[in-house]
Design a protein around this ligand. Structure first.
Ligand code: TPP
Ligand code: MG
Length: 549
């Protein structure tokens, strides 16, 4: 069948299950938008392309559907770098359909040049560095194949973002197009572990006196969590998680030790690790943020390590491991076929309980004259949020506190850009979650991070998204302020005066509250739940309250 390049792309997007496309427009890429409109996909016009990537990332994490972003040649796609680098680090499958200048204009100092000739950016190379794959369509005929390749690459193995650029003179050319069902060009199942490797690991777990399990990041992100929860439930061994794996486990289980984030000294899971004789890392990449700032292995004590990962190049990459299996976590759990609890299960639970009494998940603490105890923000939201809510955390103190202290309930989802940790991720990501799921969406963000991407309030306004934004206001970049003071005894470049967030909310037709006590916050949060529009709660927190024990 004869069809224009842009329509072939739109058709493949639709066949791949795309429902929404995020991004921005421009002369080089408007043709693509026209085709997306024609085929009937929902379109979100962001305020800036970088935010579009965060929004698509939040959308994908909360829905497991493909996150697609469209942007124009030059500044349009250049704006996307941080979002793509963040998705790459966390293995989030996104696809960018970008434009490049027309093949006849390349090298002629064209508007928004992308060819690398003369003194122009070689656009594709930027994305080679921050995506799993970056491709330029070499001819109009090659475009369908390239788009299919992008989906195959983004969703197979360790997932990640893929960048494609289409020269501006290709969009409207006619090509011969053959419709192909995605199952005919892509099988994204992860490899299965070898049974004997799994049995060896299970035997080691049963034989250990003081084992623990760490469940890891986004690799198996779309796998069945009931399978994993059942495994943990039957085995009765204490466990901890990386931030992305918070979504897979029962965070209210008595055996749960908490989310791992290297921030503060008294962390339950670290104390438990010190006594462990075997730690099994299930799809976890043992990252610096999670475990060990200085790579001196201190936090892991004398434990023997076992590791399961679908990517053989991850095995033993951070620390030597005694036991390993290469394959999906699901296949390991199937082979493990657990029927008996661990011999020391009672003793291990007693120990976890003792740790929890010494280091509680959190109490509602006293506020101070300077503001709210930040932990209480989490406590109130834990108490009153819907069981299906998306809980989105930005970076800074807010993010570390969320990973360690927030415990999800029911079907709640924890959304956080962990490894690249970009300030400003949470607001656009939260809008993406809300657009994708229609569920209650709560965005925890520091006042510094809020001001990196607050222009997306305009997108929330335009598309009627309803999110509750909780700004942890401490008048600065408190996490860096504390770090700097610790290192130098003084600080600079970490303080600022905030704008009036209530007026900001009003200007976007949203409600705004400023709260200075936990009681006020609780009232505002309950009001926000009833609101038909997005709400900003400017929560004045006491930055000196140490939430890390
Ligand atoms: C884009 C970006 N720039 C700089 C940083 C480094 N950084 C990490 S946390 C932080 C401060 C965050 O401030 P805020 O959002 O107000 O949170 P707080 O620490 O005050 O709770 C900075 C500057 C970063 N993570 N991302
Ligand atoms: Mg701050």
């Amino acid at each position: 069948m004869k069809i224009q390049v842009k329509d072939a792309i739109a058709d493949i997007l639709k066949k791949e299950g795309t429902e929404i496309v995020f991004g921005h427009t421009g002369g080089h890429v408007m043709h693509m938008w026209e085709a997306i409109k024609k085929i009937g996909l929902k379109m979100i016009l962001n305020k800036q392309e970088g935010n579009a990537v965060y929004m698509a990332d939040g959308y994908t994490r909360s829905t497991n559907k493909p996150g697609i972003i469209v942007g124009t040649s030059g500044p349009g796609v250049q704006n996307m770098v941080t979002g793509l680098a963040s998705a790459y680090a966390d293995s989030i499958p996104l696809i960018v359909i970008g434009a490049s200048v027309a093949t006849f204009a390349a090298g002629r100092n064209a508007l928004q040049e992308s060819s690398g000739r003369g003194q122009a950016v070689e656009q594709r190379l930027i994305f080679r560095a921050c995506c799993k794959q970056a491709m330029t369509a070499p001819s109009p005929d090659a475009v369908p194949d390239i788009i299919r390749d992008a989906f195959r690459t983004a969703f197979s193995g360790r997932k990640g973002p893929v960048f494609i650029e289409i020269p501006n003179n290709f969009w409207n050319l006619e090509i011969e197009y053959e419709e192909i069902d995605p199952t005919n060009y892509k099988n994204v199942n992860l490899p299965s572990c070898k049974q004997e490797d799994c049995i060896q690991i299970i035997n080691a777990l049963y034989n250990a006196d003081h084992p623990m399990i760490v469940i890891g990041d986004g690799y198996d992100i779309f796998e069945d969590k009931k399978h994993l929860q059942n495994f943990l439930y039957k085995l009765e061994i204490p466990y901890a998680v990386s931030s992305q794996a918070k979504n897979y486990v029962d965070e209210r289980s008595p055996r749960y030790l908490g989310g791992l984030r290297y921030h503060g000294k008294k962390i339950r899971a670290y104390e438990y690790m010190q006594k462990s004789d075997l730690i099994l890392f299930l799809g976890d990449r043992m990252s610096q943020w999670e475990l060990d700032w200085d790579y001196d292995r201190e936090v892991l004590g004398n434990a023997v390590l076992a590791q399961i990962d679908p990517d053989s190049s991850e095995i033993g990459r951070m620390y030597p491991v005694k036991y390993s299996a290469v394959g999906s976590v699901s296949s390991f759990i199937s082979f493990a076929n657990i029927n008996n609890k661990h011999k020391n299960s009672q003793k291990l639970i007693d120990e976890v309980n003792e740790l929890k009494s010494k280091i509680p998940f959190q109490n509602r603490n006293e506020d101070s004259k300077k503001g709210i105890n930040p932990l209480n923000l989490i406590r109130v939201v834990e108490d009153y949020s819907d069981g299906s809510a998306n809980i989105v955390f930005d970076t800074g103190f807010t993010g570390s506190m969320g990973i360690q202290k927030f415990r999800l309930k029911d079907q709640q989802k924890f959304i956080h850009s962990e490894k690249n940790s970009p300030m400003g991720y949470s607001l656009p990501a939260a809008i993406g979650c809300n657009i994708g799921t229609n569920n209650e969406t709560i965005c925890f963000v520091g006042d510094g991070s809020m001001q990196m991407t607050l222009n997306e309030l305009g997108t929330a306004l335009n598309y009627g998204s309803k999110i509750i934004i909780i700004i942890q206001s401490n008048g600065g970049l408190a996490s860096i302020r504390r770090f700097m003071t610790f290192v130098f005894g003084h600080q600079c470049q970490t303080e600022f005066v905030n704008p009036d967030f209530i007026k900001l909310a009003q200007s976007y037709n949203m409600k705004g509250y400023q709260v200075k006590t936990t009681v006020e916050f609780e009232t505002a949060f309950k009001e926000a739940k009833k609101s038909k529009t997005s709400v900003i709660i400017d929560a004045i927190v006491d930055q000196d309250i140490m939430v890390w024990e």
